[in-house]
Ligand binder design. Structure first.
Ligand code: FAD
Ligand code: SF4
Length: 480
């Protein structure tokens, strides 16, 4: 373990952020990794609690061996810490920046003190490793004959592909966009993670033997039957891309957009892709509907574009600041989260129901109206006298994603027996038992948001890895 009395002596270290007035002038990352000494100190705070809840079922979804690398960092064994971290997580530079860190809310030290800042140690390990030149391609020592097609270049498809390539399979990754990365590339803004970090992994994966086919929409540019004829295994890792809509009067007005329409355009502009119909928040009154990560990213992007006002509204009431009896340690608490984008300035309103949008004679949005609600006996009830109408030039719908897009690839596979679950995701079980990730069609697997529904990067990586392991097991067992 780290320093025996470290957790008593050392206060939690924070990753330093640039001041708001500086960082809103650009789209680059503004949070800085811990320096080596602070990371060692932070590692020393790990108390060797005996049962490390940080990698229990409530903790790290990708099974990171947290207490082990905490100790290695404390002792200055950075290369060993890297090898340990890479043994469970293909892309710690993504999770070290973007993960909401359920490990930290499950940390035993967190019962009485601020928990170990596990995410910052993870990031320090991988950033340090890149600086040292330790992250290199790891090509398989031999090639296998089986061909595997992975559809979707998000973190699930990337992790699945890398695991299978390293096991010697002939893997082709199909992606409909111009670049790999999925929602990490086109949804999440650069100020949370710069995209060259994804490109660096793409180069590594190419060097390991991965074949990439970008700009290829499976089900449109190449048929499902062609893929199934040419490959032994097909993996569906296309994410959960169908956004939740708000079918209220005025939804059709110009100025009401899905959040991804806005975020994707900004990411494409920064990535040097052509955007013919940009959406700009400059000088506009922006209303973001939805209180999650996506909404928060709309806030930060609108701020950088120069919006004149930004209001984020949420249907649910304001969460408590501290854990309550129904969210005990070590579960992930549904407490109030203040993101870096919120720090940059926006008004947040809770328990607000949008009833509709108003526009001018040209069909341009001018206002949003609704009222406050309370949650009673499982449903939202209007509070009389709380009706409002606010000026709005842009509204971003950031209310999550309902399931994968069914038209195209999934619809075609349904004709061959692919089943969906009750929520409309691809039906396949999760886990490490035999048959996990296998869909209702033999030889067709699914992982990530396409299987589990809208989730997190860390879950996508975890699913991609476990799906690859099951494919390997079935091939070794002669089932494929
Ligand atoms: C705005 C936003 C912010 C977020 N912020 C965070 C965060 O801070 N932290 C976090 O952990 N998670 C965050 N998430 C969630 C996270 O990004 C996703 O859970 C994760 O990316 C899912 O990975 P995936 O590989 O399953 O799917 P995706 O990332 O959605 O990737 C799927 C890929 O498949 C491709 N595809 C789909 N169909 C086809 C087809 N037929 N042919 C070819 N290609 C296809 C898509 O183009 C896409 O590139 C955020 C999500 C959004 C939208
Ligand atoms: S991936 Fe997320 S949950 Fe796992 S150790 Fe890193 S920050 Fe914690």
């Amino acid at each position: 373990m780290g320093k025996v009395t470290g957790f008593k002596e050392i206060n939690r270290h924070k990753m330093r952020r640039d001041p708001v007035e500086e960082r809103i002038l650009h789209y680059s990352e503004f949070e800085h990794r811990l320096n080596d000494d602070d990371a060692k100190d932070e590692g020393a705070r790990c108390m060797d609690c005996g049962i490390p809840f940080c990698h229990s079922e409530h903790g790290c979804p990708v099974d990171n061996l947290i207490p082990e690398w905490n100790d290695l960092v404390y002792r200055g064994h950075w290369k060993q810490a890297l090898d340990n971290l890479h043994s469970t997580n293909n892309f710690p530079e993504f999770t070290g920046r973007l993960c909401p860190a359920p490990c930290e809310s499950a940390c035993t030290l967190g019962i009485t003190n601020p928990p170990v800042h596990i995410k910052s140690i993870e990031r320090a390990i991988i950033d340090n490793a890149y600086d040292e030149g330790w992250v290199e391609p790891m090509p398989a020592p031999f090639q296998r004959e089986q061909k595997i097609a992975i559809i979707g270049g998000g973190p699930a498809g990337m992790a699945c592909a890398q695991q299978l390539v390293r096991a010697g399979y002939q893997v082709t990754l199909f992606e409909k966009n111009q670049s790999i990365g999925g929602l990490m590339r086109y949804g999440i803004p650069d100020f949370k993670m710069e995209k060259w970090r994804i490109e660096r992994r793409v180069q590594q994966m190419r060097s390991e033997g991965l074949v990439l086919k970008t700009g290829v929409h499976v089900g449109l540019d190449i048929s499902v039957s062609e893929i199934r004829d040419q490959f032994d295994v097909m993996v569906l890792a296309g994410g959960s891309e169908q956004p939740r809509d708000l079918p209220v009067p005025g939804r059709e007005l110009r100025g009401v957009h899905f959040a991804m329409d806005f975020l994707t355009r900004q990411n494409r502009i920064i990535g040097g892709e052509e955007v013919n119909d940009p959406i700009s928040a400059r000088g506009k009154h922006v209303i973001v509907i939805g209180g999650g990560d996506t909404g928060s990213d709309c806030v930060g992007t609108s701020r950088r574009q120069g919006a004149s006002s930004i209001t984020q509204i949420e249907l649910f009431p304001e969460p408590p600041a501290e854990r309550t009896a129904d969210m005990p340690w070590p579960t992930y608490p549904r407490t109030l989260k203040t993101s870096s984008s919120h720090e940059e300035g926006c008004e947040r309103k809770w328990a607000v129901m949008t009833k509709g949008f108003k526009g001018n004679a040209d069909g341009q949005l001018t206002a949003i109206f609704g009222n406050e609600v309370k949650f009673e006996r499982g449903q939202f009830v209007d509070i009389p006298g709380t009706e409002f109408e606010w000026p709005a030039d842009l509204v971003f719908l950031a209310m999550g994603f309902v399931h994968p897009v069914h038209e195209g690839m999934i619809g075609d596979l349904q004709k061959s027996g692919l089943e969906l679950d009750a929520r409309g995701n691809v039906k396949a079980s999760f886990g490490t038992v035999k048959g996990s990730f296998q869909t209702t069609i033999p030889g067709v697997f699914s992982c990530g948001d396409m299987r589990r529904g809208q989730s997190l990067i860390v879950w996508a990586i975890s699913e991609g890895r476990k799906c690859a392991a099951e494919i390997h097991r079935q091939i070794e067992a002669g089932l494929i």
